[in-house]
Ligand binder design. Structure first.
Ligand code: HEM
Length: 70
């Protein structure tokens, strides 16, 4: 379970970076549409939730914390 969350955190991070870069590219052509401006927010919320879970893992129990790596 924690492995899946960690993998999701990793890949949604890539998606998040993609939406931020899309914002910079769109801004080069003037004011971007609201859909692009707010595109990073949804992945960011997912990152926050999965990130907080990863943060809590070591405090939830020794076995989960050890088993989470790789
Ligand atoms: C928004 C709130 C976020 C929180 C609370 C958070 C929290 C965390 C925590 C606790 C870990 C585990 C660290 C460890 O095991 O030592 C982690 C790993 C990581 N975070 Fe986040 N994070 C957040 C957002 C992001 C964002 C925006 C990105 C990238 C765009 C990101 C990229 C990563 C990556 C690549 C890892 C390593 C995952 C792996 O094990 O492969 N995080 N984060």
């Amino acid at each position: 379970m924690s492995r899946i969350i960690r993998q999701s955190h990793r890949w949604i991070g890539i998606l998040f970076i993609g939406t931020v870069i899309a914002n910079f590219i769109a801004m080069a052509f003037g004011e971007p549409p609201a859909t692009i401006t707010y595109a990073p927010l949804f992945p960011l919320v997912l990152m926050m939730l999965s990130g907080l879970y990863l943060f809590a893992l070591p405090y939830l129990g020794k076995q989960k914390a050890r088993g989470s790596d790789e």
